[in-house]
Design a protein. Structure first.
Length: 119
């Protein structure tokens, strides 16, 4: 199983970035996908989640209206479009795949990509 994030970098406040997470080694279309982030000295927090078929999305309140999660099951890839970035969005962003089948939970993580918002 591999989840590989890309697209992070340094951006000025008010700018945009698009993160990608390429998945392999599991049935991508059967998993809900999420983006989490962790800022220095803080706990990891949920950014957004998209259902396995892409029909349902959820966002943390502070990201609503600025971030958009999407997925392409044909490409085994999930995206996070981030607009109107703020310095407080600076964090390592992680991709997560999750599926619950009966009493079994399957939970995979990528290694993260750094996003820095600074002038």
């Amino acid at each position: 199983v591999r989840l590989v994030e890309s697209g992070g970098g340094l951006v000025q406040p008010g700018g945009s970035l698009r993160l990608s997470c390429a998945a392999s080694g599991f049935t991508f279309s059967s998993y809900a996908m999420s983006w989490y982030r962790q800022a220095p000295g803080k706990e990891r927090e949920l950014v957004a989640t998209i259902s396995s078929a892409g029909g349902s999305t959820n966002y943390a309140d502070s990201m609503k209206g600025r971030f958009t999660i999407s997925r392409d099951n044909a490409k085994n890839t999930v995206y996070l479009q981030m607009n109107s970035l703020k310095p407080e969005d600076t964090a390592v962003y992680y991709c997560n795949a999750k599926r619950v089948v009966g009493s079994n939970a399957y939970d995979y993580w990528g290694r993260g990509t750094q996003v820095t918002v600074s002038s």
